[in-house]
Design a protein around this ligand. Structure first.
Ligand SMILES: Cc1ncc(COP(=O)(O)O)c(C=O)c1O
Length: 787
């Protein structure tokens, strides 16, 4: 039976009988204190006495006569909370307080036995109770959303009584043990003990760490009303009687638990509610970790309190014991789940999968490096090339940081795809949100594809106003090639000496980085990329000879394609006059000019958003990719309307995945982040700083040759004493830096140029870390060389 401490809790509230005023008495009270007359209808209540009054003016109110044990301060908190919600989120459908003739929100009345009771009147919310049908999932997501709104509306609310001890508050779950003797069935007793033990072990120690505030604490289907004609629309939130200050996650568990009753897939139901809630209030790792046990605790609580209260008020059996059997079944079903698996699903519903992997003690079985590599070679074939002598096993990324499977952190100064930072929350949320809603091909109307096309084309010079979406840079360049052939009527391609434009059939032939020059087909000819050394600049870019060489093989140029950041050629931007003169010459020979912005686009270069802007040149076609979706496969071709039209008249082009709503959500989010976080400006500022520091370093380290590039795309030539490029040394440097947890790569025809190409959220402090690792690598290598 309850121990001596039990009166520390508001158990007496649950023990005391509900008030029992007659209808006539309540009618008189309503009239005297509030000037209300009308017809009264009794309503059910766990511990109070409630009525609906319908007045002659056809207004409806709820009269709530509190249990004599109810602390008036608690009622005051509930009424003040309603006023607060009305101010913060006026569209949340909560009742309004009716003030008495004395101007009071709470009045006091006396029962015949002398007990004092507080009384208050609220507006009656119309609407229907939700359908009691476990197969109907319509309400799950709206419940998650509405609960989150309620939490947000109460975020700034406080009341001195808020920390009062209420048995219905999950943080007091351990106190349920004193009521265990009321559960006489041995199986049920064992089940309850099992979950109470889990609570003590897994939740109790973490409660002080969980974020908390005043919450509704009983937002369940019994306490909402939905629109008669739209069962997914919540039009009323009632019963603020269990409000308290408790961890937010307790409030969410309280909502989820009763909704699992009768469900064939309770985890699926929980996941739907959680995912929607998380969209509005991102859940924290610690919260998701305790959620399985909190849901169990709430189901346990429902039954333990029901059994105890039934003993106290046996005449009220139907009301108190209503859902008990279904709750036992739910608890059994919940116990049959694997808690680790359920928790994993919760993390996944919130797109925090990696957080689960890294934090959980159940890490992937640690294979040895060797067995992993042989498995990789067997399963992925010889093309599964890995970076660095000691390959990395990365499991998580955040901003400019990557984390390996042992939790070690690496500064990422290499990956340009994670343009606005690894796993940028705005992009991740945009993808997750849209993926939950819809993903289809661009053959259906959708707003996002238009918005993204507008956002891209508004950043392009006139007349580049048509956007076609694909998934990869290779595809974009293939499409540009097809367009160029159709529009020009020619079949020749012009590329730089050490270029990369993709891995599809045509683009492989435009990638001298992957196939040697001598193997290029006759319709592809090369010219020089600009370098810091003026040798290859106009007047001899090599374009005229390349056009002539095409002609000798019976081809006229269809397309000149240039990576405007010349990354594979060694990292350069166009000097003044270079692009314009090449474009003019190509046009004169009948070809189209394609700016491949897959590397240089989207603000990385600092001074300009696109690489072709370094020469104020206007390409016929621009291709985009890599950074566009921050890791989500998204690419595009932008061109003039007449080119798109001529092409469309010839070829019925379609891409299944290109421009789908999820990809477009990612693309829009990336552009928003670039803008809001001023990342192009950041690339300029940090790039300049890095450049200056590298120039200083060059003075002390003769192995550093030319430094070239712009913004956050920098190339550093590594040279021998005679000035020749030194690819071996460059390779040693990147491997030494990897051992210092800083990741860069190499590029250029000899791979002797250090490629520094971080996410553009890279800051000066990160540049310092990179420089320190570079200095350390150089010192170590030069000492080794000297020995
Ligand atoms: C300049 C350039 N164009 C095109 C591509 C091909 O893009 P994807 O790998 O997405 O097909 C790349 C890839 O590295 C690239 O650097």
């Amino acid at each position: 039976m309850p121990d001596a401490n039990h009166d520390l809790y508001q158990d007496d509230l649950l023990e005391t009988q509900s008030p029992s005023f007659t209808i006539e008495q309540v009618n008189d009270i309503a009239n005297q204190l509030y000037g209300l007359t009308g017809v009264l209808f009794p309503l059910t209540s766990e511990r109070d006495q409630n009525f609906r009054i319908s007045t002659e003016a056809e207004d409806q109110f709820v009269i709530k006569i509190a249990n004599s044990a109810e602390d008036p301060a608690v009622i005051d908190m509930q009424l003040k909370a309603l006023e607060h919600i009305a101010k913060v989120d006026p569209n949340l459908p909560v009742p309004e307080v009716l003030f008495s003739r004395n101007g009071l929100a709470i009045e006091q009345i006396q029962a015949e036995n002398g007990d004092n009771h507080n009384i208050r009147i609220l507006t009656y919310l119309s609407g229907a109770p939700p359908k009691d049908d476990p197969t109907d999932h319509a309400l799950h997501r709206p419940m998650g959303a509405c609960l989150a709104r309620l939490v947000l509306a109460l975020r700034g609310f406080f009341h001195p009584i808020a920390n009062y001890e209420l048995l219905w508050d999950l943080k007091h779950t351990a106190k349920l043990r004193q009521y265990l003797p009321y559960i006489t069935d041995a199986n049920h007793h064992e089940l309850v003990s099992y979950f109470l033990d889990r609570f003590d072990r897994n939740v109790l120690p973490l409660i002080p760490k969980l974020r908390a505030q005043i919450v509704h604490n009983d937002f369940v289907p019994d306490n909402i009303l939905v629109a008669e004609n739209d069962p997914e629309r919540i039009v009323g939130i009632i019963d603020f009687g269990d409000m308290t200050h408790t961890p937010l996650i307790n409030d969410l568990a309280t909502t989820i638990a009763p909704m699992l009753r009768g469900q064939a897939d309770p985890v699926g139901v929980a996941v739907e509610i959680i995912a929607r809630y998380h969209e509005m209030i991102p859940l924290e790792s610690a919260e998701l970790r305790v959620l399985y046990d909190l849901i169990a605790a709430r189901l346990t609580m429902l039954n333990v309190i029901a059994y105890w209260r039934y003993t106290l008020h046996p005449y009220n059996r139907e009301y108190i014991m209503g859902g008990v059997e279904e709750t036992w079944t739910s608890l059994e079903v919940w116990r049959a789940q694997d808690p680790a698996y359920v928790t994993k699903k919760f993390f996944r519903a919130c797109c925090l999968w990696e957080m689960y992997e890294v934090n959980s003690m159940q890490k992937e079985v640690n294979e040895t490096l060797q067995s992993h590599l042989s498995r990789r070679a067997r399963l992925l074939g010889p093309y599964a090339y890995l970076f660095y002598d000691r390959p990395l096993h990365i499991v998580r990324g955040e901003g400019v940081w990557l984390y390996d499977d042992e939790g070690a952190r690496y500064l990422d100064a290499y990956n340009n795809v994670a343009h606005v930072g690894h796993c940028h929350p705005h992009v991740v949320n945009a993808i997750a949100k849209q993926a939950r809603r819809l993903n289809t091909s661009a053959r259906y109307m959708h707003g996002y594809i238009l918005e993204l096309a507008e956002q891209i084309t508004k950043r392009m010079p006139e007349p580049l106003s048509v956007c076609m979406f694909v998934c990869t840079g290779s595809e974009a360049n293939e499409l540009a090639w097809q367009m160029s052939k159709v529009v020009s009527g020619n079949g020749g391609a012009l590329i730089t000496k050490f270029s990369y434009h993709g891995s599809a059939a045509a683009t492989t032939q435009f990638s001298t980085e992957t196939i040697p020059q001598e193997k290029l087909p006759a319709h592809v000819k090369t010219l020089f990329a600009p370098t810091s050394d003026s040798t290859f600049r106009k007047p001899d870019s090599g374009l005229s000879s390349a056009i002539m060489a095409l002609d000798e093989h019976g081809h006229q140029p269809a397309m000149l394609i240039l990576d405007t950041a010349f990354v594979s050629d060694g990292i350069y931007t166009s000097p003044k006059g270079y692009l314009n003169s090449l474009f003019a010459e190509t046009h004169a020979a009948g070809g189209l000019c394609v700016a491949d912005e897959v590397q240089g686009g989207f603000g990385r270069l600092g001074q300009h958003f696109w690489g072709f802007q370094f020469d104020d040149a206007i390409p016929d076609i621009v291709t985009l990719g890599k950074p566009m979706g921050n890791g989500h496969p998204l690419a595009a071709v932008v061109t003039r309307p007449e080119i798109a039209e001529t092409f469309a008249n010839e070829i019925d082009y379609f891409s299944t995945f290109g421009g789908n709503p999820v990809s477009c959500a990612a693309g829009l989010a990336v552009l928003e982040v670039i803008e809001k976080e001023a990342l192009q400006q950041n690339a300029l500022k940090v790039g300049q700083y890095l450049r200056e520091r590298l120039a200083i370093l060059k003075r002390d380290y003769p192995v550093i040759g030319e430094v070239h590039g712009t913004g956050l795309l920098q190339g550093v030539d590594i040279i021998k004493p005679d000035g020749a490029l030194n690819p071996e040394m460059a390779d040693h440097i990147i491997n030494h830096m990897r051992e210092s947890s800083v990741l860069i790569g190499t590029t250029g025809q000899n791979y002797a140029t250090l490629k520094i190409r971080p996410p553009i959220v890279f800051e000066v402090e990160h540049a310092e870390i990179l420089l320190a690792a570079l200095i350390k690598a150089l010192d170590e290598l030069l000492t080794l060389q000297a020995a």
